[in-house]
Design a protein around this ligand. Structure first.
Ligand SMILES: NC(=O)c1ccc[n+]([C@@H]2O[C@H](COP(=O)([O-])OP(=O)(O)OC[C@H]3O[C@@H](n4cnc5c(N)ncnc54)[C@H](OP(=O)(O)O)[C@@H]3O)[C@@H](O)[C@H]2O)c1
Length: 217
């Protein structure tokens, strides 16, 4: 039975990843700052993990000896505008959660992923694309997802024996996507899981949308 580690699994896309992989018979390690009743009902292994706690991230990675897939999903929007010191602090927190923490977790589970011939996946956003930044706004979110893309590409370049890829999930009805989003989490995650399952070494270091189209950096 393959094992998947999913961050931010208490709600939104992370919860849906946990639900679908568990239904397919995977062993699921779900992480979050706290669990939720929906996640509790899945009967998966829950690990408390705040993505701002670097020591806890490294500690979790060291405890995991068998792993086939990492879905670094947890994310936060951060402040919409940055005009003062408090906004800047929030931007820094968003940078930690969206970019530094996923990279550190990936590094920490790399030995287990390498041993299984597994995959390192990060959930990014088209908002992190430097060449597709036209609507403006959300400097914290955009810059932190750009940094995630850059860090994941480095992972792929430095570890050619491991498949590392980034996905934009679409505009999805979650806490972050809001109620007007056109896609439900089930549809988005079903597409992403199919694409993740089909990834080959030549796809490593790339950034895709939920239709499998490669996105520009
Ligand atoms: N929904 C969309 O339209 C959309 C579009 C593009 C990209 N994305 C990306 O998709 C991913 C999942 O987002 P979502 O739509 O499912 O959003 P969501 O419903 O807001 O869920 C965000 C998840 O991240 C977790 N998280 C935030 N800060 C954390 C921290 N410091 N430590 C641990 N967990 C933390 C949240 O946990 P708490 O419950 O503890 O806050 C929650 O589980 C994110 O990376 C997001 O950037 C989403």
């Amino acid at each position: 039975m393959p094992t998947v580690l999913i961050t931010g699994a208490n709600r939104g896309l992370g919860l849906e990843f946990a639900r679908q992989y568990a239904a397919d018979g995977w062993s699921v390690i779900a992480t979050g700052r706290q669990s939720s009743s929906e996640l509790g009902e899945l009967g998966v292994t829950f690990e408390t993990l705040d993505m701002g706690d670097f020591s806890a991230i490294v500690g979790l990675g060291q405890r995991i000896s068998e792993l086939d897939l990492l879905i670094a999903n947890a994310g936060t929007r951060g402040p919409e505008t940055v005009t003062g010191a408090d906004d800047a602090r929030e931007w820094s927190e968003a940078f930690t959660v969206n970019a530094i923490a996923p990279f550190l977790l990936a590094q920490s589970v790399l030995p287990a992923i390498r041993q299984s011939g597994g995959k390192l996946i990060a959930i990014s956003s088209t908002r992190g694309s430097l060449s597709d930044n036209s609507p403006g706004g959300s400097v914290a979110y955009r810059s932190s997802k750009s940094a995630l893309n850059s860090a994941w590409r480095r992972l792929a370049i430095e570890n050619p024996d491991v498949i590392c890829a980034l996905f934009h999930p679409g505009w999805v009805k979650t806490g972050m996507g809001g109620p007007s989003a056109p896609i439900d989490p089930e549809t988005s995650v079903r597409s992403l899981r199919r694409l993740i399952g089909a990834l080959e070494p030549q796809h490593s270091g790339r950034f895709f949308n939920p239709q499998g189209k490669q996105l520009p950096w």
